[in-house]
Ligand binder design. Structure first.
Ligand SMILES: *[C@@H]1O[C@H](CO)[C@@H](O)[C@H](O)[C@H]1NC(C)=O
Ligand SMILES: *[C@@H]1O[C@H](CO)[C@@H](O)[C@H](O)[C@H]1NC(C)=O
Length: 301
């Protein structure tokens, strides 16, 4: 009799609580994905805040750092008032993004980030396949800062596009759509400002802004190791080729102008600068934080 009662009780439990374990694992999937994106949001926040205001989260929103180390080498850029204004706004937007993501997940430390001029110069030298002299300094002036900014939000953008099909809950999908929309807006602003200057030669190298963007995009495609997901300001993969004075590539998209998506693996290969999700470096000398990024680092051994 006791056994029958136990079985009935167990069946009732199974019938009454079918959602709980499922809902929990769904949440864990989404939490890991959101944690991953937080790494990139930290990078954008610190670069934009330091570049425009000369200070970062530690001064402005210490509660959002999760106790992680301050970024190395970030500083205020020499910007004209319009550009400074735009990037201060971007910085404030990133603070909002971090606050929102952190309200949905457990504690995550800000990862160690290398935002030194040399760190950006390394990317640029890799993009050109040779060292540029003097070393590229992202903090030197508007053009250099815009080019350095071309390196960053777009990786976040493709990451969000890549994550959407994997998200399990509508709360996370809504959050990621909101984040993606503003990241694409930032990318569009950066591209527009660069587009206006596409034929300007970056001094003292004498190389056009357009060529810088093409080289940076080609590097990201190479490091990501999964096809063409990145395009500079000129060469387009849109299938409707409009010739003459209308050609150009102000926004990136595939042949039907849909945004490209990247997996966390591909994004890590790019931001580590190593082409390998197991080998940290570049902007994240000790690797990114969170379950997804740490899993790749651990698998290395
Ligand atoms: C930061 O955290 C402290 C302690 O939890 C809290 O008292 C304070 O209001 C928080 N500040 C902000 C700006 O959120
Ligand atoms: C930052 O990057 C530069 C260039 O790669 C490197 O020389 C420097 O040691 C890095 N700093 C840290 C703390 O990783």
């Amino acid at each position: 009799m006791a056994a029958v009662v136990a079985v009935v009780f167990f069946l009732l439990l199974v019938l009454l609580l079918p959602e709980t374990p499922n809902a929990k694992s769904k949440f864990v999937v989404d939490e890991n994905i959101l944690e991953f994106h937080l790494n990139l949001e930290y990078l954008e926040a610190e670069f934009f805040l330091y570049g425009s205001l000369g200070k970062g989260l530690d001064k402005l929103q210490p509660n959002l750092t999760g106790g992680g180390p301050p970024p190395v080498g970030a500083r205020m850029a020499h910007l004209t008032p319009l550009i400074r204004n735009i990037f201060a706004q971007f910085g404030a937007q990133e603070i909002g993004h971090i606050r929102e993501i952190k309200s949905k997940i457990g504690e995550l430390k800000r990862p160690l980030m290398n935002l030194s001029a040399q760190s950006f110069a390394t990317v640029i030298n890799q993009a050109f396949g040779r060292p540029l002299y003097p070393l590229f300094d992202p903090y030197l002036n508007d053009i250099n800062y815009l080019l350095a900014s071309y390196i960053i939000p777009y990786v976040g953008l493709t990451g969000y596009v890549g994550s959407t099909p994997k998200l399990k809950t509508s709360i996370s999908r809504k959050l990621v759509a909101g984040l993606l929309a503003v990241e694409s807006g930032q990318d569009a602003v950066v591209r527009s400002l660069l587009y206006e200057r596409a034929m300007v030669r970056v001094m003292p190298y004498g190389i056009t802004v357009a060529e810088f963007t093409d080289r940076i995009s080609a590097l990201r495609n190479k490091l990501g190791r999964n096809g063409i997901k990145d395009e500079g300001l000129v060469i387009t993969s849109n299938n409707l080729k409009i010739k003459g004075k209308w050609k150009g590539n102000i926004l990136v998209g595939n042949r039907n102008s849909l945004a490209y998506g990247r997996t966390p693996k591909e994004s890590l290969r790019i931001v580590y600068g190593s082409g390998k999700e197991q080998v940290p470096g570049g902007f994240y000398p000790r690797g990114a934080e969170g379950t997804i990024a740490r899993k790749y680092l651990i698998n290395k051994d």
